[in-house]
Design a protein around this ligand. Structure first.
Ligand SMILES: O=C(O)c1cc(=O)[nH]c(=O)n1[C@@H]1O[C@H](COP(=O)(O)O)[C@@H](O)[C@H]1O
Length: 271
């Protein structure tokens, strides 16, 4: 998917919501456990109830890998369901990969060619030759971890090396890489106060912003400092949406949570 198509979808739906499909079998409604593929059944119901409110879905691959082959199959069925029924939706494999060049090429093939995701999250710390293999894929997007939402972000990412913070070094260096137009960045919603400075380095790039909802980040703060003229934001919420209810009404309850976020986004876009 091109960035233009993503922007068009955002304006059409008045939404820049990304729903995180982080499926934990201990948290889904019990009646689904009788299904042949409970994870896919859960995802399908959530997607059916929310696809008009969201522009992106982000399965975190850990939640699938944890269930071995069965989990990987659920992941493949989920992305196939999305690509077949909602080709306009932007898909993110939250896999946080990155390795020496030839290995990164294999990761890129796995997520872009085999599973046909639009994007994948990548850790930047092995440097240029570990990221450029992902960037070589046309109309696919590499979402580089910049300033993450967790407390541990302060262990390394905000340390000076030696002149500026490490995450700023990542941003400044990554924009010099080949095909850097295919880059997006993760910035945690819990780090909204850093967004002004981040936008000075990457004024237009799309940011994937997790951390609203369960982690306590604020949608309005993120938009105030991070929004561009083309919106430039995908705000992710996982647990805050998909586990709104453990009863038979779980998909409807998820849709209500998603709609509340979408309405807040529409109001910000109209402002
Ligand atoms: O790359 C990510 O998506 C990510 C980066 C980050 O800095 N913080 C973060 O929470 N995430 C992911 O975003 C999702 C957040 O989930 P909730 O806190 O349940 O909304 C999880 O899948 C995390 O792995």
């Amino acid at each position: 998917m091109t960035t233009k198509q993503l922007i068009a979808q955002i304006h059409q739906k008045k939404s820049f919501l990304c729903i995180g499909l982080d499926v934990d079998l201990n948290k889904i409604p019990e009646h689904l456990l009788q299904e042949e593929d409970p994870i896919f059944a859960f995802n399908k119901a959530i997607i059916d109830a929310t696809h008009h409110l969201a522009v992106a879905y982000k399965p975190n691959t850990a939640f699938y890998e944890a269930y071995g082959l069965k989990g990987w199959r659920s992941l493949a069925r989920t992305i196939e369901y999305l690509n077949t029924n909602h080709p306009e939706i932007f898909t993110i494999a939250d896999a946080k990969r990155g390795d020496i060049g030839n290995t990164s090429t294999m990761y890129a093939k796995a997520f872009f060619e085999d599973l046909e995701f639009d994007s994948v999250t990548v850790a930047p710390y092995m440097g240029k030759d570990s990221v450029e293999p992902f960037l070589a894929f046309e109309d696919k997007h590499t979402i580089l971890l910049a300033l993450t939402s967790n407390q541990g972000a302060f262990d390394f990412q905000t340390k000076k090396v030696p002149e500026r913070e490490l995450y700023k070094e990542v941003l400044r260096t990554s924009i010099t890489w080949k095909n850097s137009e295919n880059l997006m960045y993760v910035v945690g919603a819990t780090k909204a106060e850093f967004l002004q400075e981040i936008r000075q380095i990457i004024p237009q790039s799309f940011l994937l912003v997790p951390g609203v909802g369960a982690q306590g980040g604020s949608l309005s703060e993120v938009c105030k400092y991070g929004m561009t003229k083309d919106v430039g934001l995908l705000i992710n919420s996982s647990r805050g949406i998909i586990y709104a209810s453990k009863g038979k009404d779980f998909a409807q309850a998820a849709a209500e949570k998603a709609e509340a976020l979408q309405k807040a986004m529409a109001a910000i876009l109209e402002d």
